[in-house]
Design a protein around this ligand. Structure first.
Ligand SMILES: Cc1cc2nc3c(=O)[nH]c(=O)nc-3n(C[C@H](O)[C@H](O)[C@H](O)COP(=O)(O)OP(=O)(O)OC[C@H]3O[C@@H](n4cnc5c(N)ncnc54)[C@H](O)[C@@H]3O)c2cc1C
Length: 450
């Protein structure tokens, strides 16, 4: 048994690594224990034998308003060129048949940039664009804010949004940021994102896309940073149980290997179901953890495809009225030489909130893809060479209306235990930014306990 006082962090995804870097930079002794061999959690990359390429578990998108994430990436020395941050928000959506709807916001101060962008949106009639502007009244406090019980659908109706602007703007945004159906997703969670993205500054709403696979973007660099400051990251070391002393204060952790680690502070940065397994049996009855047990999850399916010829004329597009929400030309995103070279173009496809598809076999998903590509690109007839499905059944918690109160605070009811992870109560939906913020909040709690 090792007896040095220190903080143990369970989980090496965005949340755990952000907490560990913050603590290590503050001179704290940290040990990160991670179940898998490579970490990264739900934001990871791996070498895929089918496509022969380095792929992510799913294409990830960030925004200029991801302040905590950008600070974390900066702290670990990520070169600015590794993230493609738009100067102004610009987005292309395709209608069946291939007609484009384009949002292209001008260089005006927020939120005028969005108002002007919506007003001159191409491919949508003026009445629909004007309807979208009503959301600005809410952001300016002139219309009652939704509470967590109101669904996005009800809120959009209250704001008089037309079905056209819903399909071209709101629904893609909701599926993307809440990973759930607008019929069930919480409008309060959506508004939390709208405020951060559209009210603060023009740059806050710009989209930011990683230019390299996720593990090399942040996992490798964060681990190097922690180790350079004397910390330790132990891969392939799954935690089994938290240990408490007779007063109920955290005293350490037992790994599945049976090894016992002593610590005066533990930060868990794992998904909800793993936290519940780690808790001593008696603690699970606490109301806070009973609420955690009631959180549900929402899946994401990613399809990785190599095509004989590039299909897209830009890095990514959204599809209007399709179960396939986004298509990403990974070669263009990475600006790799393959972007212009025919024969092996890597395309990624995102199906968010994929409950209806999560049990489908790869053949059925391939058929779905071919059908939708034919519908949206009738002239292209793309040739699929390799096809790989990545299903993340627990991609995020479900942000169904009325569920925010089940998310726990950083400070757990167990002294010495802080909770991190994209799903804790950060005020944000479960995203990279929420994960990193939760990690920073947990580190802050260790550094300045109240
Ligand atoms: C396909 C997909 C697409 C997404 N797209 C976006 C996007 O575009 N934008 C965005 O902002 N967010 C996106 N997300 C959400 C984002 O990935 C998550 O919010 C974020 O990765 C969560 O990080 P985390 O550190 O909280 O949790 P995790 O990434 O789940 O990390 C938890 C870590 O704990 C480890 N672990 C589990 N059990 C144990 C144990 N017993 N002992 C030790 N370690 C353990 C796991 O292996 C894992 O490494 C997407 C998610 C998915 C799945």
């Amino acid at each position: 048994m090792d007896t040095a006082p220190r903080t143990i962090i369970v989980g090496a995804g965005f949340a755990g690594l952000a907490a560990a870097v913050r603590l290590a930079d503050a001179g704290r002794s940290v040990v990160v224990v991670e179940a898998t061999k490579a970490g990264g959690g739900r934001s990871r990359s791996f070498h895929d034998k089918v496509t022969g390429r380095e792929v992510d578990n799913g294409q990830h998108l960030m925004m200029g308003c991801y302040r905590e994430t950008l600070a974390f990436l900066d702290a670990i020395g990520t070169p600015a060129g590794d993230i493609d941050l738009q100067t102004n928000l610009a987005l292309t959506m395709l209608k069946p048949g291939g007609a484009k709807v384009e949002l292209d916001c001008p260089s005006l101060p927020a939120p005028l940039h969005l108002a002007a962008g919506l007003l001159r949106m191409r491919g949508v009639g003026v009445l629909h664009r004007a309807a979208a502007l009503r959301a600005g009244l809410l952001l300016r406090g002139e219309i009652a804010r939704p509470d967590d019980n109101e669904t996005c659908d009800a809120w959009l109706r209250r704001l008089g949004q037309t079905s056209t602007i819903r399909a071209a703007f709101w629904e893609p945004l909701i599926w993307a940021v809440l990973n759930d159906d607008p019929l069930v997703a919480s409008a309060a969670m959506l508004v939390a994102v709208l405020e951060r993205a559209f009210m603060a500054s023009r740059e806050a709403s710009s989209l930011a896309v990683p230019r390299r696979p996720l593990s090399s973007l942040y996992v490798d660099r964060a681990v190097a940073r922690i180790e350079a400051r004397g910390g330790e990251v132990r891969f392939a070391s799954p935690a089994r149980k938290l240990e408490l002393d007779p007063e109920g204060q955290v005293s350490g952790l037992v790994l599945k290997s049976g090894e016992r680690l002593v610590a005066d502070q533990v930060i868990t940065a794992v998904p909800p179901h793993v936290l519940l397994e780690l808790l001593p049996d008696a603690a699970r009855d606490h109301l806070v953890f009973r609420d955690v047990a009631r959180l549900e999850s929402s899946p994401i399916i990613s399809l990785w495809v190599t095509l004989a010829e590039p299909l897209l004329d830009r890095p990514f597009v959204g599809l209007i009225g399709s179960p396939l929400h986004w298509l990403w030309d990974r070669d263009r995103l990475e600006s790799s030489a393959a972007a212009t070279k025919p024969g092996n173009n890597l395309l990624s496809v995102t199906i968010s909130g994929a409950r209806s598809f999560v049990n489908d076999q790869p053949d059925a998903l391939r058929e779905l893809l071919i059908g939708e590509l034919t519908r949206f690109f009738p002239d292209a007839r793309p040739t699929i060479q390799a096809f790989r499905v990545v299903k993340e059944k627990r991609a995020t918690i479900s942000h169904a209306a009325g569920t925010y109160r089940r998310r726990p605070e950083t400070a757990s009811p167990i002294p010495g235990l802080s909770l991190a992870g994209d799903w804790v109560r950060t005020g944000l939906p479960a995203t990279i930014e929420s994960a990193v913020q939760s990690g920073h909040d947990a580190a802050q709690r260790v550094l300045s306990p109240r």
